[in-house]
Design a binder for this molecule. Structure first.
Ligand SMILES: Nc1ncnc2c1ncn2[C@@H]1O[C@H](COP(=O)(O)OP(=O)(O)OP(=O)(O)O)[C@@H](O)[C@H]1O
Ligand SMILES: [Mg+2]
Length: 283
């Protein structure tokens, strides 16, 4: 049986978020079995337990099919058919806030709506009055650098700008936890680096709590305070490591500079060691 363990990178200073911070959501022994049409049960995840702490960025790495998206769907309330418990520190109901909002891998902007309308779409369930709604759209379009593009349609935007609009739509709900499912996977390599730097800066400004799914080890180290590796399907937590390299002399907002930090390569090696066998098993 695999066991979870937590390892700090030796010799590194304090991370961006204190590890002892208050828990925003507790996931306890979640298991999920899909029952497809052929009635052969597919166990997707077994006994997954996690503590997501307020204002931390938690990355999830794992081979294809290990249940990462399923876990995000459960956290986002989109899938309620599972065993185990998800406990939010605060009540679900609060004016103008959601517990969780999701940014997906594929461009999820609606092509017939402007940027402002796309951002407004996420607010529809929140019962904001017209002034609050406009204020949210203005604030979050500005926050992602799209203030001048509020009236633009998605086809008038680059891939990175479209993804920024999708991020603004999720942030505008002021979610307690922002769920991101491979949000940069569809972008080219350079745009990804730029977006990684933008996300770092954005999270610092908004003090977001984030669960970030990626296949990219370097992206996980660059963005996260903590990285969880899941095993091949059925997914379990295989390891858990802190990535306290961000403020230790490295410029966290520059993903290329961060890669030169002496703690980066050993952590990448350890994560790959955790992942390699699982990726092989998943094929
Ligand atoms: N709607 C569904 N019906 C049946 N089985 C499903 C369904 N969705 C997911 N699964 C199964 O659950 C497993 C986990 O799927 P999930 O999409 O969570 O994986 P993932 O880790 O996000 O993979 P990827 O990295 O490829 O996105 C898959 O192996 C798949 O077989
Ligand atoms: Mg997925």
């Amino acid at each position: 049986m695999t066991t979870a363990h937590e390892t700090a990178v030796p010799g590194n200073g304090a991370g961006r978020r204190p590890p002892e911070a208050e828990v925003a959501v507790a996931v306890d022994r979640i298991s999920k079995v899909f029952l497809p049409k052929n009635n052969v049960p597919v166990p997707a995840m077994v006994d997954v337990s996690l503590r997501i702490r307020r204002k931390e960025v938690l990355a999830i790495l794992g081979p294809s099919g290990c249940g990462k998206s399923t876990l995000l769907r459960i956290l986002g309330g989109l899938d309620t058919q599972y065993r185990g418990t998800v406990t939010w520190a605060q009540a679900r109901q609060e004016h103008g806030r959601l517990n969780a909002a999701t940014v997906f891998q594929q461009d999820s902007t609606l092509p017939w709506m402007t940027v402002a309308q796309n951002i407004g779409l996420g607010l529809s369930g929140l019962r904001l009055d017209a002034a609050e709604r406009k204020e949210r759209i203005d604030r979050y379009s500005a926050l992602v650098g799209l203030a001048a593009f509020r009236s633009a349609y998605p086809h008038e935007l680059s891939g990175g700008m479209k993804q920024r609009a999708a991020i603004a739509r999720a942030l505008a709900c002021e979610p307690r936890v922002l769920l991101m499912d491979e949000p940069l996977a569809a972008l080219d390599a350079q745009t990804r680096l730029v977006m990684q730097a933008e996300l770092q800066a954005l999270w610092r400004r908004t003090e977001s709590t984030v669960v970030y799914v990626t296949h990219d080890i370097e992206e996980a180290i660059t963005l996260a305070d903590r990285i969880v590796v899941m095993s091949a399907r059925p997914g379990r937590i295989k390891s858990e490591r802190r990535t306290d390299i961000h403020l230790d002399g490295a410029d966290g907002a520059d993903p290329v500079a961060l890669r030169a930090h002496p703690g980066f390569a050993p952590l990448a090696r350890d994560l790959w060691a955790d992942l390699a066998q699982e990726v092989g098993d998943a094929l």
